[in-house]
Design a protein around this ligand. Structure first.
Ligand SMILES: [Zn+2]
Length: 156
């Protein structure tokens, strides 16, 4: 897991943005860069090596925006970046929910509070763990096990 996080590029950095930027701000930053590096907008006298670099940069910017420009993929990315075990944050009304093997309904109070990590944890019957970070408790309704495919529903 740790190595994955290290090799994963910081998409916000690619767009010259901050995770706290609003969607409108992100879009503005993306558009500015996309215009700057767009292959059609390059000057004819740019050396060949640099053209290549700029195209590469443009592709990166475009890929970063494809993830950060979409509310759902952005949220998923943000969660990943925070190193959370919550692999999917689904809301009850989401019809995907029905396809998930639901292990149990659990009240947050019934989970163990981990002071060091500032998160609630619960052991799964597979030996893995469900984890809900304190900052996420308001948004999260379903949490999946970090080891198997079981999901618990968090009741508040
Ligand atoms: Zn499990």
């Amino acid at each position: 897991m740790a190595s994955e996080r290290i090799t994963q590029k910081d998409l916000y950095k690619i767009l010259g943005a901050e995770p706290s930027d609003s969607p409108a701000e992100l879009k503005r930053k993306y558009q500015k860069l996309a215009l700057l590096y767009h292959p059609d907008k390059q000057q004819a006298d740019v050396p060949a090596g640099e053209v290549e670099e700029r195209v590469q940069r443009f592709i990166e910017i475009d890929q970063a925006w494809k993830i950060l420009g979409n509310e759902e993929t952005k949220k998923e990315y943000d969660l990943q970046q925070h190193g959370l075990n919550i692999c999917h944050v689904l809301f009850i009304e989401d019809n995907l929910t029905k396809e998930w093997p639901l292990h149990a309904q659990v009240y947050l109070e019934d989970m163990s509070w981990n002071e060091d990590e500032q998160c609630y944890t619960l052991s799964c019957r597979c030996g893995g763990n469900y984890t809900v970070f304190k900052s996420e408790t308001k948004d999260v309704s379903l949490v999946c096990c970090d080891t198997c495919s079981l999901v618990i529903e968090i009741l508040q």
